[in-house]
Each structure stands twice: as structure tokens, then as C-alpha cells.
Design a protein around this ligand. Structure first.
Ligand SMILES: Cc1cc2nc3c(=O)[nH]c(=O)nc-3n(C[C@H](O)[C@H](O)[C@H](O)COP(=O)(O)OP(=O)(O)OC[C@H]3O[C@@H](n4cnc5c(N)ncnc54)[C@H](O)[C@@H]3O)c2cc1C
Length: 396
């Protein structure tokens, strides 16, 4: 970023609005392509970002029945590049990202669950996804701390990463690559500039400034609608965005499991350092950041039914985050005005998983690459203009 002498304006090539996992990953991909990038984050990095609490499951197989097939395709593309992406990030920064491909066990605690996992297994086979059906005994041989009455399980090659480590590593890599990160700096408006590009208005501690950028990416998560609304002078696509609150727990102590363990009601994600993440609730209450007794109780009850030994662990943290959810629960990645304004938002329950593929595809688009047929097909369902108002013909 370059400051203009005597003015409260600076110049950058690309302004990225929002320093969550998506904004940081996109900025990182662009910086690696030689672009001069400025990330503008309204809080401290990680303070408000959903990835600051997220579990970090990379779970295209476990969630195939919950996902639109086009989202599963995108998740599988992310899955295929994840190990390499984190290894490169680790080499750049020396920070361990916690990428772990041990796998996931989806366990059935009773016969109803068993019917559900058999249904999921059929679905996985239909979609060509690898999964192995285990008996209760086989599951307990894998994970001896599972509850004795486990009725059966599915083993899937899903992976996990530590999102907090990614939020630590990406800024280090960005600064190394020459990018600028402005924290505690809120975007108040984005407007097209007379001579081309955009004027991004910012506010920090009551001081108002402007950044001139050739291209802008709105990656403000659940707040993206608030950013999109004051975009001045352009026919912007309205983003039907809402926050979906998630409560999530961090337990600490002896490591009880090696796999990510899920039931249809809860998940438990073990980290190498003894942290066990238990999540997560889905609550439609706007931006209400208060954790509830009921949420904590439900998570602990369900987690204890799967792995009774968790009762002995320390309850180290109760976290709350906001998943950015668009009306169709799919992300919006791409052009907004046919010029230099882009969005990358609405990643809902999968933003950690989809960060590297979102970054790769959006950076290619922003750098004017001709996407090959595979990438173009991967990205097409997530075009933001699917929310553009249409004129409805009413016949009487
Ligand atoms: C409990 C929970 C568990 C989850 N588990 C998983 C999981 O296991 N796997 C997975 O893949 N995903 C998971 N997710 C989802 C994932 O965390 C999100 O999809 C992802 O983090 C969204 O990232 P984002 O960068 O789009 O948005 P955010 O993380 O919301 O980041 C947006 C950033 O923009 C900033 N901002 C907002 N307004 C402004 C402004 N006006 N000016 C400047 N900056 C602004 C905010 O401060 C924020 O830091 C989970 C989410 C939750 C809540």
C-alpha cells in the first residue's frame, strides 16, 4: 500500500474487506501472484472471525447428505489440495497448521443412528466417495474410549486442520509476501472512483480515511450484507445473508481419541496438543454472541454419550461464532459489477474447508486467467448474480 503525501488517502492494487479465513486466503493467493494487496479487518485478526472458533473439519464425505452436489464437488477439490496448501504455508511461516488426515469415524449409538449411517453409506457409494462400514467392535478397536454400546460406525477419509493456526499463519505469510494488513479498521463505504477503480472509505478510532483500489473483494462473512448495502453508485447484487450462530466447546486433558468422532448429533475433534473441540449448535438469533446453558448442556450430553471419558476433561472454553449463510446455503464467489468488485462469502458451515479452493479460483478470475473447463464448471454454481432481482411475470 502506498500513502499519498499530504492526503488521508492511500493506494493499493487490491483491497480485501474482512480478515477472516476467506479474506486472508484470497489475499494470500493474490499476493503470491504478485498483486499488491491490503487486507482491511474491522477487529483484530481472529477476534470476530468464525474460523477463530471453528472446529476445522474438512468433511466432504461426512456431510455429503447435507450438501448440494455442486458444493460436494467444490469441497472435494478443496480436499485434494489441502495437504499441499498447508504444507506450503507451514514452509513459508514455520507455523504448524494442525493438518491431520487420520480420518473420521461416524458412530451409531443406537439403531436409529445405524439406519442413518447406512443411508449415508449408500449415498456416499452413489457419489463415488470412499467410506468403510465398521461393526461396533471394530470401531472400539480403533478408538477404545468410545462408549461400550456403539452399534456400528463408518470410517471416512475426511481430514481436519486447526483454524486458529491458519489464522496465525496466513497473516505471517501475507506480510512476508509484501501485503499490508490493517486491523481495527472498519470499511464504511465502497464507491466507484471517477478515474476508475474504487474508493474504499475506512474508519479507525474515529479517524476517517480512504483507500483507492483497482479491485475490491468483499469477504466480510456474515457482515457482508452490511458492507454490500452502502456500496454507492452501482447496481450491486443484494446478498440475502444471515448469521447462523454456533456454540462450540474446547475441552482439555488426556487425549482420548485419534480420529474425528461424529454422531448424527455432535462432533468431537481431537488436536495433538490435548485439546478436544466439541460442537456445534446451529441457532438463528442474529448476532447474539451470548453462549447459552442449554447449548453447552446439549453438546456435553451428546459428546459424553459417544465418549464417556470426556466428563473428566477440563471445560476450557465456550466459544460462539457466526456462520455466513446465504439463502441457498451455498457460497457466493465471483464478480459483482462486471468490473473490479468481487465477493467471496456465504461459506456457511464449510469456510475453513473451502478457503484454499475459493482463494485459487477467485485469484485466477481476478488476474484475468481463462479458467479451464473444469474450474469454470466448479465455480459456475456460486456466481453472486444468482441473487440478482428478476422481474416476475404475473398472469391474471
Ligand atoms: C461453531 C462453528 C464451527 C465451524 N466448524 C467448521 C468446520 O469444522 N469446518 C469448516 O470448514 N467450517 C466450519 N465453520 C464455518 C467457518 O468457520 C466459516 O464458514 C468461515 O470461517 C467464514 O469465514 P469468512 O472469512 O467468510 O467470514 P468471517 O470469519 O466472519 O470473517 C469476516 C471478517 O470480516 C470482518 N468484517 C466485518 N465487517 C467488516 C467491516 N465493515 N470492515 C472491515 N472488516 C469487517 C469481521 O470482523 C471478520 O473478521 C464453523 C463455524 C462455526 C461458527
Amino acid at each position: 500500500m502506498t500513502s499519498l503525501p499530504g492526503q488521508n488517502t492511500s493506494i493499493t492494487d487490491v483491497a480485501v474487506v474482512g480478515g477472516g479465513i476467506i479474506g486472508l486466503a484470497v489475499a494470500h493467493a493474490l499476493a503470491h501472484r504478485g498483486r499488491q494487496v491490503t487486507v482491511i479487518e474491522g477487529a483484530r485478526i481472529g477476534e470476530r472471525a468464525a474460523a477463530g472458533v471453528a472446529a476445522g473439519m474438512l468433511a466432504p464425505s461426512s456431510e455429503v447428505d447435507l450438501s448440494d452436489p455442486r458444493l460436494t464437488e467444490l469441497a472435494l477439490a478443496a480436499h485434494a489440495m489441502y495437504g499441499q496448501w498447508t504444507a506450503a504455508l507451514e514452509a513459508e511461516t514455520g507455523i504448524d497448521t494442525g493438518y491431520d488426515a487420520t480420518g473420521t469415524l461416524l458412530v451409531a449409538l443406537h439403531r436409529d443412528h445405524l439406519a442413518l449411517i447406512d443411508h449415508l453409506h449408500d449415498f456416499q457409494r452413489e457419489r463415488g466417495l470412499a467410506a468403510e462400514r465398521l461393526t461396533g467392535k471394530q470401531a472400539r478397536d480403533e478408538e477404545p474410549y468410545l462408549a461400550p454400546g456403539i452399534a456400528g460406525a463408518l470410517r471416512m477419509p475426511d481430514a481436519q486442520v486447526n483454524p486458529r493456526s491458519l489464522l496465525a499463519a496466513l497473516p505471517v505469510a501475507l506480510v512476508r509476501a509484501g501485503a499490508t494488513i490493517l486491523e481495527d479498521t472498519r470499511i464504511t463505504a465502497i464507491a466507484p472512483s471517477d478515474g476508475g477503480g474504487y474508493e474504499v472509505s475506512t474508519e479507525r478510532d474515529g479517524v476517517v480515511s480512504a483507500i483507492h483500489a483497482t479491485q475490491v473483494v468483499v469477504a466480510a462473512g456474515a457482515w457482508s450484507r452490511q458492507i454490500a448495502s452502502p456500496i454507492i453508485g452501482m447496481p450491486v447484487v443484494p446478498l440475502p445473508m444471515r448469521p447462523v450462530k454456533g456454540e462450540i466447546l474446547r475441552l482439555r486433558g488426556e487425549r482420548l481419541i485419534r480420529h474425528v468422532v461424529r454422531t448424527p448429533d455432535v462432533y468431537l475433534v481431537p488436536r495433538a496438543d490435548g485439546e478436544l473441540v466439541v460442537g456445534a449448535t446451529m441457532v438463528e438469533l442474529g448476532f447474539d454472541a451470548r453462549p447459552t446453558a442449554g447449548g453447552v448442556h446439549d453438546l456435553l450430553r451428546e459428546a459424553r454419550r459417544a465418549v464417556p471419558g470426556i466428563a473428566e476433561l477440563e471445560l476450557a472454553e465456550v466459544g460462539v461464532g457466526f456462520r455466513p449463510a446465504l439463502r441457498d446455503h451455498l457460497p457466493a464467489i465471483g464478480h459483482v459489477d462486471g468490473d473490479g468488485l468481487f465477493v467471496a462469502t456465504g461459506h456457511f458451515r464449510n469456510g475453513v474447508e473451502l478457503a484454499p479452493i475459493t482463494a485459487r479460483l477467485l485469484a485466477a478470475l481476478m488476474c484475468g486467467d481463462q479458467l479451464d473447463a473444469g474450474d469454470a464448471a466448479l465455480l459456475a454454481p456460486f456466481a453472486p448474480d444468482r441473487f440478482a432481482p428478476t422481474t416476475t411475470q404475473v398472469s391474471r
